[in-house]
Design a protein around this ligand. Structure first.
Ligand SMILES: [Zn+2]
Length: 340
């Protein structure tokens, strides 16, 4: 993966998180009163669900940078170099990683089925084994529920590893991805891993997804954060409402017409369109109305707390849309076919 690509991925993760801050403001406004039928090309007019809009709010433009936007990642995406604060959070120890003795006994809930996509959680910053077990098993359990319709399994390493983690602005990223490469190489000698997710023991910070996803373990948004980063790994981009640089918005679940959908998303749309609701985002991209799928309960659009997740599960609902399920399974099938 090139450096540019890493930066782009990081950027997408970061705007995703900021999108959360706006989601409440934009879509949960109690002043919603007026029913407006969105204007859209007639070919999918019948699929658009009319949505209520907030008459007092001016739609913002996803695709035009607002210099007042305080988010440094928006400015960087717009081409303005902005210095980012970097802070080391955990101490790297490559020697200890190289000399660690790991075996199958260190993998908890090992998935023996090689027709599944294997996700391994790697704990970092856990001094207390009981805390590690409690937090990571909770994450594995809830992730298994979120991904119940997707051909994926979750397991974890039973010990904390000395990988370096740093905070860049508000994002958590590995200090040096080579450390994780070395660790994974050792583990793959005896256990299959399709994706490793680093779970860092903190309440402070937001995950990000480069070669390795990092999530804050001790956080009420950890489970949906993990799902969000895992979906990045399966090809999904963030789908929200901050500044998108040239060409970015079309790679998300935002679109101005079905013709402008990213090819990945268009495949699923064509297969399952009758079950996908299309709604107005109530905003614009370069002045054109923007539409999206399944406005609510979409983990690529916003994160959900553990209590919100439990409530959704109790009602038989989930945070992955039918499109996510279809596409993730297609992606996984491709990964498995490449491997075997
Ligand atoms: Zn993201």
């Amino acid at each position: 993966m090139s450096k540019e690509r890493k930066v782009a991925t990081l950027f997408l993760s970061s705007i995703g998180i900021l999108g959360l801050l706006f989601a409440g403001l934009t879509f949960a406004d109690p002043r919603q009163t007026e029913i407006v039928k969105p204007r859209i090309d007639s070919s999918f007019d019948s699929l658009v669900v009319p949505t209520r809009v907030v008459p007092t709010r001016t739609p913002y433009d996803y695709c035009i940078f607002n210099p007042q936007d305080p988010d440094p990642f928006s400015a960087i995406a717009a081409g303005t170099p902005v210095p980012l604060e970097v802070k080391a959070l955990s101490i790297s120890d490559m020697k200890a990683i190289r000399s660690s003795q790991l075996s199958m006994e260190n993998i908890i809930y090992p998935e023996r089925n090689n027709n599944k996509y294997h996700v391994l959680l790697i704990p970092i910053g856990y001094d207390n084994p009981a805390e590690l077990k409690q937090q990571i098993e909770y994450l594995v359990g809830i992730s298994t529920k979120i991904f119940k319709d997707i051909n994926i399994s979750f397991s974890y390493l039973d010990q904390s590893m000395p990988l370096g983690i740093q905070k860049i602005d508000r994002l958590l990223v590995p200090t040096d991805e080579k450390e994780a490469d070395v660790l994974l190489e050792k583990i793959r000698e005896f256990y299959r891993v399709d994706n490793a997710v680093i779970v860092f023991n903190t309440t402070d910070g937001l995950g990000a997804c480069g070669n390795y996803a990092v999530v804050s373990g001790n956080d009420q948004y950890a489970a949906s954060g993990l799902a969000h980063e895992q979906m990045h790994k399966l090809g999904f981009s963030d789908g929200y409402e901050l500044f998108y640089g040239e060409g970015f918005a079309e790679n998300t679940e935002l679109f101005t017409s079905t013709q402008s959908l990213a090819s990945l998303i268009k495949v699923a749309y064509d297969v399952i369109s009758p079950t996908l609701r299309i709604v107005s985002s109530e905003n614009v991209c370069n002045g054109q109305p923007v539409y999206t799928f399944n406005r609510y309960r979409n983990v690529m659009t916003s994160l959900f707390s553990d209590s919100e997740l439990q409530e959704l599960f109790a009602n038989g609902e989930n945070i992955l849309t039918p499109m996510h399920v279809e596409l993730a399974n297609r992606r996984i099938k491709g990964v498995l076919e490449l491997t075997f």
